[in-house]
Design a protein around this ligand. Structure first.
Ligand code: MV4
Length: 446
């Protein structure tokens, strides 16, 4: 096992990774920006290195400064967390060149899964269902119209390098498609430096359900069942749960098997997530693969009893998985609510100094937190400051615990989305498990 791991991240995920390293007796190295000098991850790590100014290009998105800290501290491995450099194949490659283990899949796999066209192609070849559509880039607007007529409207035009809902346009007829084409192409080029676009059948009001997998370097792969992440706002997840209230056992088994097949086909190792869109009739389609630990990993940990960070570390250190598929028996129901420093009415970020922070406690309540009761929440980073994770023997008990925990949560000095989370938790549609991707727009219009 590694002796020393550098965590190339901040906030709650850096704290989360440090906790597991400490349990495993691994020394930890934090890196931080000038804005984070007294942040929890810096306080909790064994060593900490200042990267530079508060802007991400000077700090958490600066590969060479991070590699420098890894060399100075004599770390064996780098855990990238999520966001920042976690899905940057060049950074993973640079780690290899410096003799450091990047805790994630190989640079080649990261790069292939980063291209939506490439990943669709790989999945189609592996026999994993993908959304009906094409696996090449569209030459021009006329090719797009011809393709749409073959697929059948409505269609979705997507940037191959896209993410977070950027570079994505619905077209319900040829006219709309002609209008959307050039603008979408420009956004793809501006945001991702890659104007390649492909096209898929548009799935109306889908659910977003993802499968967590673990794969070691010896070819063993298991899945840890699903997470449902349908409650989102503008492609930002708000609340996730496991298991999905929508799936039946037959569909979840097929999705798990498809995810394992997907991972095998591309030579995946480490923890990963295969995202699917699921339509009203429970048809599921591969959407994309995330080659990192996800924000919402704790709900999988809560129902499986596994520590996903520990599994990542073991895999990266060349150990084989110690469980097989038949050993994994999810139990109970878990829900994660993301706590954002934002105005619950306008959804604008709400930076400022926290003056009071009291976290909820009790059976089945877990807090993954990246701030303390005197933290300054700056506008430089993602406004998610904490995650509240609850577990119950069933969904009703988990929702009850979520409601109680949200009521007990106290944050002063900044605004948070806790009132929005309460409206979701209290809503009869949520309580009935009606959690499609239009939930917030449909039920919580201001
Ligand atoms: C879709 C779709 C419907 N049909 N693709 C949104 C983020 C991006 N990663 C993929 N997204 C979607 N792709 C087809 N062919 C609908 C969405 C979508 C969505 C997906 C998951 C969760 C929330 C969503 C909200 C709006 C649209």
């Amino acid at each position: 096992m590694f002796q020393k791991v550098l965590i190339a991240n901040r906030g709650e995920i850096a704290v989360r990774i440090i906790r597991t390293c400490q349990l495993l007796g691994i020394q930890t190295v934090a890196v931080y920006s000038e804005a984070d000098a007294d942040a929890p991850h810096v306080q909790k790590a064994d060593e900490a290195y200042l990267l530079g100014g508060p802007r991400v290009v000077e700090s958490y998105l600066n590969p060479e400064k991070i590699l420098d800290a890894a060399t100075k501290s004599a770390a064996d491995a780098i855990h990238p967390g999520y966001g920042f450099l976690s899905e940057n194949s060049k950074f993973a490659k640079r780690c290899e060149e410096e003799g450091l283990v990047f805790i994630g899949p190989s640079p080649d796999v990261i790069s292939r899964m980063g291209s939506k066209i490439e990943s669709r192609k790989a999945m189609q070849e592996a026999g994993v269902p993908v959304v009906p559509g094409i696996t090449h880039s569209l030459a021009d607007v006329e090719a797009a119209v011809r393709t749409a007529e073959e697929i059948g409207f409505p269609v979705m035009l997507k940037a191959s390098a896209g993410g977070g809902g950027i570079g994505m346009q619905i077209a319900r007829n040829a006219d709309e498609l002609r209008k959307a084409f050039a603008g979408n192409q420009k956004r793809a080029a501006d945001f991702f430096g890659d104007s390649a676009m492909y096209m898929e059948k548009y799935i109306e009001n889908p659910r977003h359900i993802e499968i967590q997998i673990l794969a070691d370097k010896l070819g063993n792969t298991v899945h840890l069942w699903e997470r449902e992440c349908s409650i989102q706002r503008r492609h930002q997840k708000v609340l996730e749960e496991a298991p999905s209230p929508f799936l039946d056992d037959d569909t979840r088994k097929k999705m798990g098997e498809a995810a394992v097949k997907a991972a095998h086909a591309i030579g995946y190792s480490n923890a990963g997530t295969v995202e699917f869109l699921v339509d009203q009739d429970k048809n599921f389609y591969f959407l994309e693969m995330n080659t990192r630990l996800q924000v919402e990993h704790p709900i999988t940990e809560e129902i499986t009893g596994l520590d996903l960070v520990a599994e990542q570390l073991k895999i990266a250190a060349d150990y084989s998985l110690t469980m097989s598929q038949s050993d994994i028996h999810p139990k109970g129901h878990a829900i994660e609510a993301r706590i954002y420093a934002e105005d619950p009415k306008t959804f604008f970020p709400s930076p400022g100094k926290i003056t009071k922070l009291i976290l909820p406690a009790g059976p089945g309540v877990r807090n993954d937190v990246g701030v303390h009761d005197k933290s300054n929440v700056t506008p430089f980073y993602d406004p998610m400051i904490a995650k509240l994770i609850v577990k119950g023997k069933d969904r009703d008990e988990a929702i009850g615990r979520l409601q109680a925990a949200l009521s007990a949560y106290e944050v002063e000095g900044i605004k948070t989305n806790i009132p929005l989370l309460q409206r979701i938790a209290d809503h009869p549609a949520f309580q009935k498990g009606e959690t499609a991707t239009n939930f917030i727009d449909k039920h919580l219009k201001q």
